[in-house]
Design a protein around this ligand. Structure first.
Ligand SMILES: Nc1ncnc2c1ncn2[C@@H]1O[C@H](COP(=O)(O)OP(=O)(O)O)[C@@H](O)[C@H]1O
Ligand SMILES: [Mg+2]
Length: 445
């Protein structure tokens, strides 16, 4: 299982690792330095002892009488400079009593440090003549225990400082990173809200310019989503209202026209058996009522679904539609240019195109004040149809209120078919609706 660290976690982990490396290198460096110091110190002590021995020997000749006192003076150096000084090869001199045992281990210095800085002791010897025949042999050896203790004190101080520095840096980074990344958590919360469909509370813009841009983008996204949702809700409400209105109108027409005419036919048929005169009259009346019923039912069916489209195809249905508008607006020139391969189109794609042209022509008549409108339908390739409706009227009012649902419904209809929808309009240059639709059903005919 892989654990994904947050940005803040990654930052803190990286800083902690870097600090760990710095502290480790610092410790290594200070131990190395301590070892060098201890060695130099021991070397200096031995050299000092030799210089003192040489100097004091030169200042007066050693004799069997004064040698003991002289050795005592020289050995005083052991205490000051951490040395072991042994004098020997002199008859009558108790050399064993002169050797001081090595100092016991200092418990304050950790063994690892001792081992790390310890190096081989430095040795030096001197042979000094005593009178004319004898020689005093002096051995000097460095004893680094005290230097090691001093070095440990220094090194420990340095390490403690380094550790304090590392902790301070880490705590600062922890606080700064936490503060700097707080807006990121806020942005994430905002995104969750948007996911849940809450678009009303815009995110507060943070001071960081990068995050500021992101928050602006998210707020813009939220307001666009909100607008789209509101449009969708309004459209749904509108279609439900239209549906209800349509049902009410149909129910009213059925009740008023169909119901009444059927009642009349029933009454007519009741009087037929009464007299021959009634029979002729009733038969004619029933025929007239049936014609009327036929007309009513046909127009109801036409409103529900243009039968001509099913029977004769797209081109005929569009011609029928433009005839209807020509009769209402005779001054408007309507031209329909439908590619021959699409003229017989029926089915869903045919109906979608028919509905779009229907709404577009309604708009031209209602809003454009145009003298001409051209409808062009042709295939762009084997899988797409291009539909263009262009009028020469006043065009869309820029930034004008859009209260209706015709264009919105058209856009949604095209989107639901995965097509493309464009409105091109300049004031007084007319309006052009450009649509590309994918062909879903096979072109028949
Ligand atoms: N062909 C056109 N020429 C000029 N303006 C138009 C045209 N079509 C639509 N409009 C403008 O766009 C608005 C929205 O149209 P639409 O969505 O069909 O709603 P409605 O027709 O119910 O007003 C119209 O009110 C009108 O101002
Ligand atoms: Mg309209």
């Amino acid at each position: 299982m892989t654990i994904k660290l947050t940005l803040e976690g990654q930052l803190k982990l990286s800083i902690a690792l870097i600090l760990l490396i710095i502290v480790s290198l610092g410790c290594l460096w200070s131990v190395r330095d301590a070892k060098k110091n201890v060695r130099e110190e021991a070397d200096a002590s031995v050299r000092l002892a030799l210089t003192l021995i040489d100097a004091s020997h030169l200042s007066g000749t050693l004799t069997p009488k004064n040698v003991q006192a002289w050795i005592g003076q020289i050995r005083a150096l052991e205490k000051i400079r951490h040395l072991r000084i042994v004098a020997s090869s002199f008859e009558g001199l108790d050399t064993t009593a002169q050797d001081t045992p090595p100092p016991a281990r200092d418990g304050r210095v950790p063994e690892w440090f001792e081992r790390a800085v310890m190096s081989a002791p430095i040795h030096a010897t001197r042979d000094l003549p005593i009178g004319a025949e004898r020689t005093l042999h002096i051995q000097i050896e460095s004893r680094a225990a005290d230097e090691i203790r001093e070095a440990w004190d220094q090194t420990r101080g340095f390490m403690v400082l380094l550790a304090i520095f590392a902790v301070l840096v880490y705590v600062s980074v922890h606080l700064i990173a936490g503060r700097a990344l707080r807006p990121v958590s806020r942005i994430l919360r905002g995104l969750h809200q948007i996911e849940a469909g809450e678009y009303d509370t815009p995110l507060r813009a943070p001071d960081l310019p990068e995050l500021h841009r992101i928050v602006e983008g998210i707020n813009h996204l939220a307001s666009t989503l909100k607008e789209a949702r509101n449009e969708n809700r309004a459209l749904t409400r509108h279609s439900l209202t239209i549906q209800e209105e349509e049902r009410r109108t149909l129910a009213k027409e059925m009740h008023d026209e169909v119901g009444q005419n059927l009642t009349a036919i029933k009454m007519m048929s009741a009087v037929i058996p009464e007299s021959a005169e009634n029979r002729d009259h009733a038969a004619r009346e029933i025929q007239r009522l049936c014609d009327r019923l036929f007309h009513v039912v046909r127009s109801m069916i036409h409103r529900l679904r243009p039968m001509i489209l099913e029977d004769l195809g797209l081109m005929a249905a569009l011609e029928d539609l433009s005839d209807h508008w020509r009769s209402i607006a005779p001054a408007l020139r309507i031209s329909i240019d439908c590619h021959a391969s699409l003229a017989p189109l029926t089915g869903d794609t045919g109906l979608e195109i028919y509905r779009i042209v229907q709404e577009a022509l309604t708009n031209v008549v209602r809003h454009s004040g145009a003298s001409e409108v051209k409808v062009s339908i042709k295939p762009t390739d084997s899988r797409h149809i291009s539909l263009i409706v262009r009028d020469n009227g006043r065009g869309l009012i820029p930034d004008g209120p859009r209260r209706g649902f015709g264009l919105l419904g058209m856009r949604e209809r095209v989107a639901s078919l995965e097509g493309r929808f464009h409105l091109i309009s300049e004031p007084d240059q007319g309006l052009e609706i450009r649509i590309v639709l994918p062909i879903k059903d096979a072109l028949n005919g």
